[in-house]
Design a protein around this ligand. Sequence first.
Ligand SMILES: [Zn+2]
Length: 308
Amino acid sequence: MKRILVVLIFAGLCNKALAQINPEKAKTGEIIELLFPEGKSKALILSYDDGRTEDRQLVQLMNKYALKGTFHLNSNKLGSEGYLNRSEIKALFIGHEVSVHSANHPPLTRLSKIDIVYEVVEDRKELERLMGYPVRGMAYPFGNHNDTVVDVIKGLGIEYARTVNDTYAFQIPDNFLKWHPTVHQFAKAFWEPNNPENDKKELARFYQLVHEFINTKDLALFDLWGHSWEMANDKAKWEETEKTFQSLAKQSSVHYTTHIDLVDYLKAFQQLQFSVDKQMVFNPSASTVYFKKSGKQYSVMSGKTIHL
Ligand SMILES: [Zn+2]
């Protein structure tokens, strides 16, 4: 007991002595917190799969509300009945992102590695030819993935791959190649035909989530996914879509982004190089990066070092 007391007194004296030597001791306990571009605390991704003709109406609606979409297309299906034409996608998706959904939409987990490579690379190559830029993202067909699929796509220039495992939460995924979205559009409403009770319950659940996102003061990412063909010719479902977009649009705290732009930004944040005492930071990336330290907001431009 006596010995412990002596050690404690000695440790206390040492701390005191250190503080005297360096009164402005580095406060390394301060946490660096991510902010989205322009210092915003929230980000929204709208992610739609399959490239069916109903995408035309959906894009029109997104444009009306100044929203950005990410569209995952199957290039071998383009031009066939019910799908978009090759010749229209470049103009249609101006201001939005076009991304891989495999060439033919097979369940990738049932394929051999060479066929997974083919499905992803062929789709990338054809979409790049049509769009005129490197296509670097993906959504798994049917959301179907396992560790083998993830390992194979790692070498194919894919920066993120979205699943269909809804989290009902607003966190940023740790593993970009197992990117679990927040929620399917309208949650699980309309999944079963002729079940209005369930539709009502699921719609309420969905709008509750939208409401939580709009009102939270925390860092939040809302990643909404679905298919334009789910609305088909149903006026009521298109009205629900418009209601959703209207609620999410024009929020000053929300950064509206495509999936790949967000991934590039998150990678730029991860690349920030802080000094040990967190008084300096160097940004080697191509983007201006925003963050908070001790409640104060900072931005550091591409290639610059700033003092905090
Ligand atoms: Zn699909």
